[in-house]
Design a protein around this ligand. Structure first.
Ligand code: UT7
Length: 315
């Protein structure tokens, strides 16, 4: 398959580090050097589904296709206002498509997992065009009293339209179960029979464990693919990494021995928007002319699970 269109939508509300320091014991002087984040876009009066639908419509427009051309929608989402139906169903109606839609929850690595599912459908001959939409509002998962976590995230949606082609050179997915490092727990409706202790817990993170996992998993996934394909890190033109933290990106870059110019970033202005991060960055690079047809791209994402994945593709 190949990507023939991209789109993204981000909330209009910009929250700077200085704005956070008005109600949290934090500062730009702490946040920026440790994360590379200056500000993030946070949902206020928007609905995540509307951002997702807008990103999807932009991707279709960019591809020169209409909703009726799409055979399958894969939506990557951790939380939104609905527990059911899935966000993919809402997007399907919102863009006026009639094809099947599924949701996946692969946290920040969702775009790579969605690409893998799409590729499998193309290989099976089941689809002609697929729409992937990654839409996330992690700012609704964190406690805004917890300076360890809430400063890191932003919201948004990114989408990509795929059609038949031979541009995906390889995909590597990795999962290593670790439920105590990065997690959120919600309580469900009580029943007369529940006797166990239950408690909602906002998004919790062991930052240094996640940092180490991210560097190891991302550089490992990319190196694995390069080896499989008989390629060297030099043969990749652009590395589009999950925008969690500039220090993670820089450490992976050092590990691969590649120049900064190959690593476009937007973490400074977006923060970590979970699975939406990669497709938003891809869309920005697509629209500002960074990507040229024939360029070799490596995308890599990592997050809760722990789940990670990488893809090497020709643009
Ligand atoms: O998709 C994956 C998502 N997650 C990530 O990418 C996160 C990966 N981890 C990291 O990027 C880093 O671990 C952080 C940026 C989250 C934290 O940096 P750190 O250098 O590992 O800091 P730390 O957690 O060891 O905390 C150092 C100090 C602590 O104070 P004490 O105990 O030394 O007095 C924290 O309480 O910094 C304090 N601290 C803060 N201070 C001001 C933690 N958060 C803040 C904050 N503002 N926002």
């Amino acid at each position: 398959m190949k990507i023939v269109g991209t789109g993204s939508e981000i909330p209009k509300k910009i929250v700077t580090n200085d704005m956070l320091s008005e109600f949290l014991d934090t500062s730009d002087a702490w946040i920026y050097p440790r994360t590379g984040i200056r500000h993030r876009h946070v949902i206020s009066d928007e609905k995540l589904e509307d951002l997702a639908i807008s990103a999807a419509k932009k991707a279709l427009d960019n591809a020169g296709l209409s909703a009726s051309d799409i055979d399958f929608i894969i939506c990557s989402n951790v939380v939104n206002e609905y527990i059911t139906p899935g966000l993919g169903c809402i997007i399907q109606g919102g863009i006026g498509a009639t094809c099947p839609a599924i949701d996946i929850n692969c946290a920040c690595a969702g775009f790579i997992y969605a690409l893998d599912i799409a590729e499998t459908h193309f290989q099976a001959g089941k689809v002609k065009n697929v729409l992937i939409v990654c839409a996330e509002e992690p700012t609704r998962m964190t406690s805004w009293k917890d300076r360890n976590v809430c400063v890191l995230f932003g919201d948004g949606a990114g989408a990509a339209v795929l059609t038949a082609g031979d541009n995906i050179k390889g995909i590597k997915l990795s999962t290593a179960s670790a439920t105590d490092k990065l997690y959120q727990i919600r309580t469900l409706e009580p029943t007369p029979y529940i006797t166990k202790q239950e408690e909602s817990i906002s998004l919790q993170m062991r930052g240094q464990d996640v940092f180490k996992f991210a560097v190891k998993a991302s550089s490992g996934d990319i190196k694995y693919l390069l080896n499989e394909l008989g390629m060297s890190p030099d043969s990749i033109d652009h590395y589009l990494l999950h925008q969690a933290n500039i220090r993670i990106i820089n450490t992976i870059r050092d590990f691969l021995g590649q120049p900064e110019s190959k690593f476009p970033t937007n973490v400074e202005t977006h923060g970590n928007s979970s699975s939406a991060s990669c497709p938003i960055l891809l869309d920005e690079c697509n629209r500002n002319g960074i990507l040229k047809r024939g360029d070799m791209l490596a995308l890599s994402a990592f997050g809760a699970g722990f789940m990670s994945g990488a893809v090497i593709m020709e643009w």
